[in-house]
Structure formats: C-alpha cells, structure tokens
Write a protein that binds this ligand. Structure first.
Ligand SMILES: [Zn+2]
Length: 299
C-alpha cells in the first residue's frame, strides 16, 4: 500500500485503481472538484461516457458475431468437404467393377475372358430356312444363338456371331468368319423339319474329327440333362451323303458341329423352346465351356 501511495510510477498502466488505493486526501480533492463542476456539464460528460460504453459493447458484440459466423461457415465447409469426399470415393469405386447384389444383371457380371468361340445362327435375310405356319427357322436360330452368346459370356467365352440380325450370310462365309475370328470352337444352330418327328441331333464333319465329336456329344448330354423330347444322337456328314460336309462343317479350321435344335414342325419342340430357351442356352454354353476346357486347357 505504502509503496503505491506516493509513487504513481509504481502502477502498471491499465491496472484497476481501487478507492482504497487512493490517498484519502487526493480522493477528497477529486470529489470536491467533481462537485464543483456545473451539473449540466457533468450530465454531458456522463452522457458521453455512456455513449462510449455503448459503442464499446456494440463493437464487442459485432466482433463476437463475426467470429461466430466464421466458425459456423468453417463447420459447414468441413461437413461439405467430408460429404463430397465420400461421394468422390463412391464415384471412383464405380469405375472398378463391383458386383451389385441388389440388382445383379447379366451386363454387370464380369468373368475373365478365356477364349473365342463362333456361334452361327443358321439362314437369315433372304433365306428363311424351314418354315411352319408363318414361323421361320431363321428367327428361331437367331433367338437361340443370341441366348447362347449371352450365357457363354458368363463362362468367359466370347462368342463371335455370323449374324446378330435378320441378314443374309453366305453359308461358306460363316466358316471363313470363324477362321478369321480365331475361334476355337464353332457351333451352327438350325432347326429340323419333317412331316413327323421331334428331337435334337448334331452333325459333325465326315472325317470323324474327334474334337468335333466331343463338342457334339457334350452339347447333347447337357441338353439331355435339361430335358428334351428326344436325343437323336451325333451324325456324320450330311443327310444325303455321310462322306460330304455341310459348308458350316467343311470350311472352319477348328472343331465344329451343326445342331438341329428340335423340329420346327413339332409342337412339343416349339413349346419346349418357348418355355426353356434360357435353360437350353445355358446347357449349350456349359457344354461349349466344358469342351473348351477339355480340348485346350486339359481340364
Ligand atoms: Zn437350317
């Protein structure tokens, strides 16, 4: 106390001054001076001080409000950044294939490609093939061929097609297309026609190529498992000459066979095709896949 009483230099500049710190004599003089001030002047001074205090409060409030706004903006930006970061992660994950278990479609199924096979949808365009009451063989062949292609893809076999729409394709050209595609197996799809008869048969080259026979036998075995009207077996050459080949079996330089997929003239075979096309396509694709494994992978 004493230390501070006579020495103003001892105070820190902004240290609060308590009344007890002031010399009573000095305090009395201050009070006297205050009372001596004109009341009007005093009122003005007090007003000014009030105004100054209000100004200070307003400034402080404004600064606080600004800080608050900055903090809120920061938080909002942070949340947005986190959210968009998550989205970016999702987007990048879409570029890599992932199985979508909620909506699994054939297009989403990814299988490593094992090899190329050739699927020939018999006839087409100007050549309708067999015909029965306005039903054309070329249309049935194409439907089956496209279904087989789809199933082959699931098994890692890429199917190159002789046609994927109703267009004319020369019979010899089909075998050439298979050779050019570098196909490892070729299957030509047709339908039979007769006044009486039903069932499935496969024609293989006249030279009795064992690989072609394996392919044919595997296809008939799988179709048998799926359920067909009749297995008419593997046949060699052509209907009219067992020493000659259908162009689809003669031109290709890989194991090949020509499937007569039931009779277009058989109600039973047509009903089966309508009801079980997918299952038949699966069976054929499975047989081709098994044959591919047996012939080229040593499975
Ligand atoms: Zn035909």
């Amino acid at each position: 106390m004493e230390r501070r009483k006579n020495s103003d230099s001892g105070y820190r500049r902004n240290a609060p001054v308590r009344r007890s710190d002031i010399d009573p004599e000095v305090y009395r003089k201050i009070m006297e001076r205050r009372q001596a001030i004109d009341p009007e002047v005093r009122r003005i001074i007090m007003e000014k001080r009030k105004k100054a205090r209000r100004k200070k409060v307003i400034i402080r409030c404004t600064i606080l409000a600004l800080i608050l706004v900055l903090i809120i903006t920061g938080i909002v930006f942070l949340i947005k950044a986190l959210a968009s970061g998550g989205e970016r992660e999702n987007t990048s994950s879409k570029t890599v294939w992932k199985p979508d278990k909620t909506a699994q479609t054939e297009e989403q199924t990814f299988v490593e490609e094992r090899g190329i096979v050739f699927i020939d949808a018999g006839h087409g365009g100007e050549d309708p093939g067999a015909e029965e009451e306005g039903r054309y063989e070329k249309d049935d062949n194409l439907l089956i061929a496209l279904a087989v292609k789809k199933e082959l893809a699931k098994l890692g076999l890429k199917a190159v097609m002789s046609r994927e729409e109703d267009v004319s394709v020369d019979r010899e050209a089909r075998g050439k297309m298979a050779n050019e595609a570098g196909a490892m197996l070729m299957l030509s799809i047709h339908r039979n026609q007769a006044s009486v008869g039903e069932g499935y048969e496969i024609w293989v080259p006249a030279d009795g190529d064992p690989a072609s026979r394996t392919l044919a036998e595997n296809i008939l075995k799988e179709l048998d498992h799926t359920g067909i009207s009749l297995n008419r077996g593997v046949k060699t050459g052509t209907l009219t000459d067992p020493t000659k080949d259908y162009p689809e079996n003669e031109v290709p330089n890989m194991p090949s066979c020509l499937l007569e997929f039931g009779f277009i003239t058989s109600v039973q075979d047509n009903v089966d095709l309508a009801l079980h096309r997918k299952q038949y396509a699966e069976a054929i694709a499975r047989a081709m896949s098994v044959t591919y494994g047996q012939l080229y992978v040593g499975e």
